[in-house]
Write a protein that binds this ligand. Structure first.
Ligand SMILES: Cc1cc2nc3c(=O)[nH]c(=O)nc-3n(C[C@H](O)[C@H](O)[C@H](O)COP(=O)(O)O)c2cc1C
Length: 324
């Protein structure tokens, strides 16, 4: 399948793995890229720019295919060394960056000077237009269903994608809620040039996270995610667990009076213990409603091949036959 995404980024299939904290290591990025998709290393999971440089080098050892690095620009207690991370990306010869959160405007000149293509992940038409205006090459439109940060507008992909298509000139990916071939076909018909998946790739053999995390996604249904940090305007969709239920109760009680300090014990510094040590109840971790569609733990190649086979079969066996 050839789309503007596969052409622009030099990959075989129109499927990207989005950046994921404590999941997007070299092993997963390389497995996705080797399977013909676009894998992504998550910069901020690496403690220092030097650590990121090593992770990029490791990924080069594992694949000769293109891969991306995610640079997340969210409000944080301590501002990360963004110039250092960018230097590691540039010197590591990475040619694709996925940005997310705040606008990547201040990094664009540096990225462009070094011939790096930028995919900005955003949750609204206005942010997609801003990304286009500042020179991003593509956008990843993240619907309300998504795992992670869905923004504050609550627009699901059935509306967001056609709206992005109406307004945007650069190519875009559909992100949030994707796991299957039929959904890829739907995304293409809504104007996207491919799909970006997060949660689905966590439950794969190569994702270097604890088995408990993968099993929790397989066990979860579409009813099992919760939105946290709404009143702080930093909404995150996470899997329900003991800590999250406690936080949701606290947030409901405090309403707009809640402070970040009260939320911090549930969300700061928890990922490592969840992802590496499989301690599923210590805090909140991102997970999409798509968990309800995830029932197995395949390899990245099995997953991508299955999605592509199903998509091609639906287009050639079903959709093309509807035309009389
Ligand atoms: C465990 C997990 C961690 C994530 N961490 C990040 C992150 O650090 N930066 C980022 O831009 N997006 C992050 N995301 C969002 C994904 O890149 C992607 O946009 C999202 O998962 C798509 O929705 P889906 O989970 O329904 O496929 C994360 C998602 C998950 C599931």
């Amino acid at each position: 399948m050839k789309t503007k995404f596969t052409e622009m980024f030099g990959v075989e299939h129109p499927i990207m793995q989005g950046g994921m904290h404590y999941v997007g290591f070299a092993e997963l990025a390389a497995a996705v890229s080797n399977a013909g998709g676009l894998g992504t290393i998550t910069a901020l999971t690496q403690r220092t720019p030097d650590d990121l440089a090593k992770e990029i080098e490791k990924c080069h050892q594992l694949t000769d295919k293109p891969f991306a690095v995610n640079v997340t620009i969210l409000p944080m207690v301590n501002t990360p060394d963004y110039p250092g991370y960018l230097k590691a990306i540039i010197e590591g010869g990475v040619k694709i960056v996925e940005t997310a959160g705040r606008s990547p405007e201040k990094f664009m000149d540096t990225l462009k000077e070094h011939g790096i293509k930028v995919i900005h992940k955003c949750t609204s038409v206005r942010h997609a237009l801003k990304a286009q205006k500042i020179g991003c090459d593509a956008v990843s439109a993240d619907g309300f269903e998504c795992g992670g940060h869905p923004g504050e507008d609550d627009i699901p992909n059935f509306i967001l994608l056609p709206r992005v298509l109406e307004e945007l000139e650069i190519p875009f990916l559909a992100s949030g809620g994707f796991a299957t071939g039929s959904q890829l076909v739907a995304a293409l018909s809504l104007g996207a040039e491919g799909i970006n998946m997060g949660t689905r790739f966590v439950a794969t053999k190569e994702a270097p996270v604890h088995q408990n995390v993968k099993q929790a996604i397989v066990n979860a249904s579409e009813l099992d995610t919760r939105l946290i940090m709404r009143d702080l305007k930093n909404t995150e969709r996470v899997l329900s667990n003991k800590a999250v239920d406690e936080l949701v109760t606290l947030e409901a009680k405090k309403g707009k009076d809640i402070s970040f300090d009260e939320v911090a014990p549930y969300v700061v510094g928890k990922y490592k213990d969840v992802m590496m040590n499989g301690k599923m109840d210590v805090g909140a971790w991102s997970c999409g409603m798509v968990a309800g569609l995830i029932n197995d733990i395949p390899t990245c190649k099995e997953l991508i091949d299955r999605i592509m086979l199903d998509a091609n079969t639906i287009i050639s066996n079903r959709l093309s036959k509807l035309i009389t």
